[in-house]
Design a protein around this ligand. Structure first.
Ligand code: ASP
Length: 572
């Protein structure tokens, strides 16, 4: 009889009865029935039951008494049918078991900080002992899904002639809107590399370099506060294409999404994905990444209320409202108003409270049916959009209006090229400074920065921004105009981006690309609430890694070697 090695015990079936097998794995449970020991041996695909009977093998029985959960075992024995009362119809291996002749403990385990099947284990503890947590069904499923989706994306890239090019992590600061992580350089004390916030400029240089289809599953580093959808380091599907228009880029991205869904065995979204312009998204949903799984669209009432007797509406630059399919008690309404004020609104008006000030025409326009409530915000347009956008989302969650089984993908297009920065008191980029204008709007870059539109597009899934891309500027003069609007003089341009400007002057083809946050994508595909659940070794909100204890202080000598000295004494 052949002995199977490299065998997953969980793959054994009744047809294997009579075979001698050798199986290995972790002890999920051990039950001692007075001499007879049952072990559920686990690998990542499932479990198989081992029976250790002293009558059958006294040495195996002796070993079996030492076994504890999470010991690693190797067992050799015959596959036998379970007695009818021991058959477990819920397990694929539930009709058989392995009657053990030889049992080896390959590795032991100290008592566990938590049991693998325990519910609600505190996350920091899970991360501190991540090697245990990775053995759970949830983490096994998520990491393997991660791999499946990335493999599918690589296949799509391959089929379409993309070339995987590795670009440096240590580089100059890349402006993606976050702070840089810095790396001191021992050979050049006092100087720093920044860890790439994205390979943006390198991929553009690949285009100039004649690699007309570039991609990479690129690790990016951004020093931002950690959140459900954000870690310091994350991966993105980063791609760039030469001689293309927006449609070509969107087409490739949709193919990647659909390919990953299909590989994961999940019903893919219909192509082409719907589109919204930025202006429309802000008007109707008060957000540039609206969740379209539910309606409750924002309505504009600025014109209708222009001559209103209600002073607040009459004098406000913008009046908009949402109709909520619910009525609210007085205290609920007060609570909602408080929340709206936290978001920056001056107030939140309910139609019934203000109806006495409104004309019949105004009331009719709002068309609020029985059992519904219209909630109004009047203010500057940006405030109204933001508050109603947040309110729409807040109420959809509170009132359970979102059908969680839906997967709604859509594009947001035609973003403004610039936005006004409160912080700098000037213009800054909306996407990044390398985004081209809508064709024909180049002249407006300097003449009308408030209104020039960029060829920038975002991909949204159920209200999560999966990624962004754009058609890029490929003429040095246009690039310089953008830098000037951002307040960058000739010298600063040359210092920071001289290499780009030079490259753009040496035969740069028209090009455009995209980057999609892979971890966000997988988290949503895995139906997980945050990206930590699909990341093997993530960090926690404080920025620490509970597993290794990093970040750690470094001794003064090491810092001196790098040309560094700490201002404050090192914290304990
Ligand atoms: N570099 C951009 C980002 O990381 C993506 C792109 O424009 O391709 O968001």
């Amino acid at each position: 009889m052949s002995v199977w090695r490299d065998l997953r015990g969980s793959s054994l079936r009744p047809t294997d009865e009579g075979r001698e097998v050798t199986v290995s794995g972790w002890v999920a449970t051990r039950r001692d029935h007075g001499g007879l020991v049952f072990v559920d041996l686990r690998d990542h695909t499932g479990k198989v039951q081992l029976v250790i009977n002293p009558v059958h093998s006294s040495s195996a029985a002796e070993t079996a008494h030492e076994i504890r959960n999470e010991f690693v075992l190797q067992a050799t024995g015959d596959v036998v049918a379970r007695t009818p009362e021991l058959v477990n119809p819920n397990l694929p291996t539930g009709q058989i078991e392995v009657q053990v002749d030889e049992l080896t403990i390959l590795s032991r385990s100290t008592p566990l900080p938590f049991q693998l099947d325990e519910e609600g284990v505190e996350e920091t503890l899970r991360l501190r002992y991540r090697w245990l947590d990775l053995r759970t069904e949830r983490m096994q499923r998520n990491l393997r899904l991660n791999h499946t989706a990335i493999s599918a994306i690589r296949r799509v890239m391959d089929e379409r002639g993309f070339v995987d090019v590795w670009t440096p992590s240590m580089t100059r600061g890349t402006p993606e809107g976050a702070r840089d992580f810095l790396t001191p350089v021992r050979l050049q004390p006092g100087k720093f590399y920044a860890l790439a916030q994205s390979p943006q400029l390198f991929k553009q240089l690949c285009m100039v370099g004649g690699i007309d289809r570039y991609y990479q599953i690129a690790t990016c580093w951004r020093d931002e506060d950690l959140r459900a959808d954000r870690q310091f380091e994350f991966r993105q599907l980063d791609l760039e294409m030469a001689f293309v228009e927006r449609e070509d880029v969107l087409d490739v991205m949709e193919a990647c999404v659909v390919g990953a869904f299909e590989a994961a065995g999940v019903e893919p979204p219909q192509r082409p994905f719907p589109r919204l312009t930025y202006a429309d998204a802000m008007l109707r949903y008060g957000s540039d990444k609206p969740d379209l799984r539910f309606g409750m669209e924002i309505q504009d009432a600025t014109e209708v209320t222009r001559n209103s007797e209600f002073g607040v509406f009459k004098n406000a630059p913008c009046v908009r409202y949402v109709v909520v399919p619910r009525t609210f008690s007085r205290s609920e309404q007060t609570r909602l108003e408080e929340v709206a004020k936290e978001w920056g609104a001056k107030g939140l008006a309910n139609l019934t409270q203000i109806s006495k000030f409104l004309s019949e025409r105004e009331l009719q326009t709002f068309g609020v049916g029985e059992g519904s409530t219209a909630l109004f915000v009047a203010d500057e347009e940006a405030v109204v959009a933001r508050v109603l956008g947040l309110l729409r989302l807040h109420l959809a969650h509170e009132l359970d209006l979102i059908d969680a089984s839906l997967d709604v993908f859509h594009w947001v297009t035609d973003f403004p090229l610039f936005e006004h920065s409160e912080e700098y008191g000037g213009w800054t980029f909306m996407h990044h400074p390398f985004t081209a204008t809508v064709p024909g709007e180049e002249e407006r870059i300097e003449a009308d920065p408030a209104h020039v539109r960029g060829q920038h597009y975002d991909l949204i899934w159920n209200g999560w921004e999966l990624g962004s891309g754009s058609i890029r500027i490929h003429q040095a003069e246009v690039q310089q105009a953008v830098f000037r609007v951002m307040g960058m003089g000739e010298e600063e341009q040359r210092d920071k981006f001289g290499f780009l400007l030079e490259a753009l002057q040496m035969g740069a083809p028209p090009h455009g690309g995209f980057a999609m946050g892979i971890d966000r994508f997988i988290a949503l595909l895995a139906r997980e609430p945050d990206i930590r659940q699909v990341t093997a070794f993530p960090k926690i909100a404080s920025g620490a890694d509970p597993l290794t204890g990093a970040p750690t202080p470094y001794p003064d000598e090491s810092l001196r070697e790098l040309g560094l000295r700490l201002l404050d004494p090192q914290p304990e």
